[in-house]
Design a binder for this molecule. Structure first.
Ligand code: FAD
Length: 326
């Protein structure tokens, strides 16, 4: 069986979720299965990331480097992947993508073009006693888990949630071969003229290992400044509840929850967030949750590993001072 991982770059850097997708694929590969990584590159900087992939355990890395791939359009990306797949000795049976903005958009398109089954946002993968691969997904705002198996024989396309699989580690021994695939892009239906980033953060929210999130309790836009300072000291990113976004304290790009981003960091620090079910839907699978809230009955404490009842404007500076002095 041929597995294919679609590797994604952002700002010339390989996304960590691509390495996690390699690890997820490896978890369910049987003897004789092969793994190829397809890297879509929009220039030399992206293409150079192939060397990082080659030492993480694939059998080969195929690079499709074309200027049209510098900016995401679903038609060009899907066509590039299908062209690269033709360069493989065997038609792929399993496609693995990160559950990123691009992965979410591309996977169903790819599945439709291939006549394949699709599973979105897998947080676990295992092979059952019957040899069928089963994917675990979170449902109902994370309150239930389902296992989904696809019919044997059919190809499938799966997206994996960032931060849910350990990234494939570097392996000793010779790196996998890297080769290029030819690609003649289809006539463009859409031309992206500009990409406007409303929020620029050093760490991508969905891949952040640490998130410091603020809610309506931060009271005003400036209230996010200590949270940003704490996040930066911890090498993390700033997130927000919808309450904070609706109040205009921060951009909607930071929103975490049912209608925002889904995150699974190692550490989630919720500051002045009540813990509505729609917020929990996006963060309750974080590994360690710390809640800072003035109200001891706030629902966020029901999911928190550590709870601090107090004023965030006193607690957050204490944490910052502690980190600076150590
Ligand atoms: P509040 O509920 O107002 O809570 C503020 C908290 O701050 C309180 O608990 C208070 O005790 C505490 N506080 C106040 N001052 C301080 C202080 N100085 N120090 C410490 N604590 C303090 N919400 C999301 O977050 N994400 C979503 O994706 C989302 N999607 C939704 C989708 C739908 C269809 C609907 C209906 C709602 C959605 N919501 C979502 C909104 C959600 O229901 C809540 O309204 C929202 O999460 C509340 O935000 P909040 O906790 O910041 O504000």
């Amino acid at each position: 069986m041929q597995h294919v991982v679609v590797a994604e770059c952002r700002d010339g850097k390989l996304r960590r979720v691509s390495l996690e997708a390699i690890a997820a694929a490896r978890q369910c590969m049987a003897d004789g299965d092969t793994l190829a990584v397809l890297l879509l590159a929009g220039g030399a900087e992206d293409a150079a990331e192939a060397t990082h992939l080659a030492c993480r355990g694939p059998d080969e890395v195929i690079v499709i480097d074309h200027p049209i791939l510098a900016r995401y359009t679903p038609e060009a990306f899907a066509a590039a992947l299908l062209a690269a797949a033709e360069a493989l000795p065997m038609a792929p049976s399993a496609w693995w993508l990160g559950h990123t903005a691009i992965g979410r958009d591309l996977a169903p398109r790819l599945a439709a073009r291939l006549g394949a089954g699709q599973v979105s946002d897998a947080i676990g993968v295992a092979t059952g006693a019957d040899g069928r691969v089963r994917f675990t997904r979170a449902l109902h705002a994370g309150k239930a888990l389902e296992q989904r198996a696809l019919l044997p024989g059919d190809p499938w396309v799966v997206t994996v949630r960032p931060n849910n699989f350990p990234p494939a580690a570097e392996r000793a021994g010779p790196a996998a071969p890297i080769r290029s695939a030819a690609f003649n892009p289809p006539p463009p239906i859409v031309r992206v003229r500009d990409v406007v980033r409303r929020v620029s953060t050093a760490v991508d929210l969905t891949e952040a290992r640490v998130i410091v999130a603020g809610g309506r309790g931060v009271k005003h836009a400036d209230g996010f400044a200590p949270l940003a300072k704490l996040a930066s000291l911890l090498g993390g990113a700033v997130g927000a509840s919808r309450g904070a976004c609706d109040a205009g304290y921060c951009d909607y790009a930071l929103q975490i929850g049912q209608t925002g981003k889904t995150v699974t960091p190692d550490l989630y620090i919720a500051c002045g967030i009540s813990g509505a079910v729609q917020h929990l839907a996006g963060m309750s699978r974080s590994r360690v949750i710390v809640a800072i809230n003035k109200d001891p009955d706030a629902p966020i404490f029901s999911v928190a590993d550590y709870g601090i009842v107090g004023d965030l404007f006193e607690i957050v500076p204490l944490l910052i001072n502690e980190l600076i002095s150590t």
